[in-house]
Design a binder for this molecule. Structure first.
Ligand SMILES: [Zn+2]
Length: 318
């Protein structure tokens, strides 16, 4: 049997050893090359587009034409970065290496930064990853499914005090459904909604009407038949019956569950969409080597504008 891709050396093209060996200058060069691929890393003024710049102190540039000062992260989601480039590169390498994602606490320990810094960095990276397929339309064979997350209610110690937790969890107001629409051998889009039934409207929005839809027996998916060529699998009969399954959607949920339970423990309804998108990105790119993943993540972050949600996050009250 062929070796699993992730076990092969081809899956490992970047290491923390090589990142730290190349040092701050090496990491800075990597960021320049990913920000300005069309000039092979030579600076381009974000204000006027000029290709002529002076290097100033602390790895910044001054535009020769409009005189504006800028850095390789100006105007991107990493703007006002305080972390060294080498640590930022290492942090992103750690994030993409982790199949289930990595908690802010663990990242803070790994790169020795404040928990707050790691928390915001993780979310900025997730926001940039999510943008990769923000407007993508899905086509071909598309599986759709939903699963509940959050709103956990701790059971009472004494059995006589316990109540029906399924009902209680519905009443916390923190329970959400992640709906996934996943192309077989393609891309995965995720949405956080109050109930799974919202998935029908989502499908009509993001799935090409020529697509073949695959869903389970839940009755709210009946409405899909009116809009798409739809195939259903009854999970009481089997996971894959006559070739009809939602196994790709289930694999996605298994990764997201492991990410939430194993790394983040508690995710607030407010940020669930970011974890959902992160797990989707990891699923879609699971066959890429880690150097490509890391560079792709940085490329997306440097193409992503300053985040309204995460810029100055800790300076605001919550
Ligand atoms: Zn300029």
């Amino acid at each position: 049997m062929a070796q699993h891709f992730l076990l092969s050396s081809a899956a490992r093209t970047l290491s923390l050893r090589s990142i730290y060996a190349a040092g701050e200058e090496g990491a800075f060069k990597t960021f320049c090359e990913l920000r300005w691929p069309e000039t092979k890393g030579e600076p381009v003024c974000p204000a006027c587009g000029s290709l002529t710049a002076y290097k100033t102190a602390r790895r910044r540039f001054a535009c020769k034409d409009c005189r504006k000062q800028y850095s390789v992260t100006s105007g991107t989601i990493f703007a006002s970065r305080k972390m060294a480039f080498v640590d930022l590169l290492a942090a992103i390498c750690i994030v993409v290496n982790a199949a289930k994602g990595v908690s802010a606490l663990q990242l803070a320990r790994d790169i020795d930064c404040q928990h707050k810094t790691a928390f915001v960095l993780g979310h900025k990276v997730r926001e940039a990853l999510a943008a990769e397929i923000k407007d993508a339309t899905l086509s071909g064979d598309v599986e759709i499914d939903g699963a509940y997350f959050g709103g956990h209610v701790r059971p009472e110690n004494m059995a006589e005090d316990r109540k029906d937790r399924r009902l209680a969890e519905n009443q916390t107001g923190k329970r959400r459904v992640v709906v996934v629409a996943r192309e077989r051998r393609g891309r995965t889009r995720t949405f956080v909604v109050p109930t799974e039934a919202h998935g029908v409207a989502i499908a009509r929005n993001v799935v090409n009407q020529d697509a073949r839809m695959f869903a389970d027996e839940a009755s709210h998916w009946d409405a899909l038949h009116g809009s798409f060529d739809t195939f259903r699998v009854n999970h009481r009969e089997g996971y894959s019956v006559f070739g009809v399954s939602t196994n790709q959607a289930e694999s996605y949920f298994s990764r997201l569950r492991r990410m939430v339970a194993g790394q983040h423990h508690h995710v607030s309804a407010r940020y669930l969409h970011q974890y959902a998108a992160h797990a989707a990105w990891m699923e879609d790119h699971r066959r890429l080597d880690n150097g490509t993943l890391c560079h792709r993540a940085i490329g997306l972050a440097l193409a992503h504008p300053v985040s309204r949600g995460w810029k100055g996050y800790w300076q605001r009250s919550h």
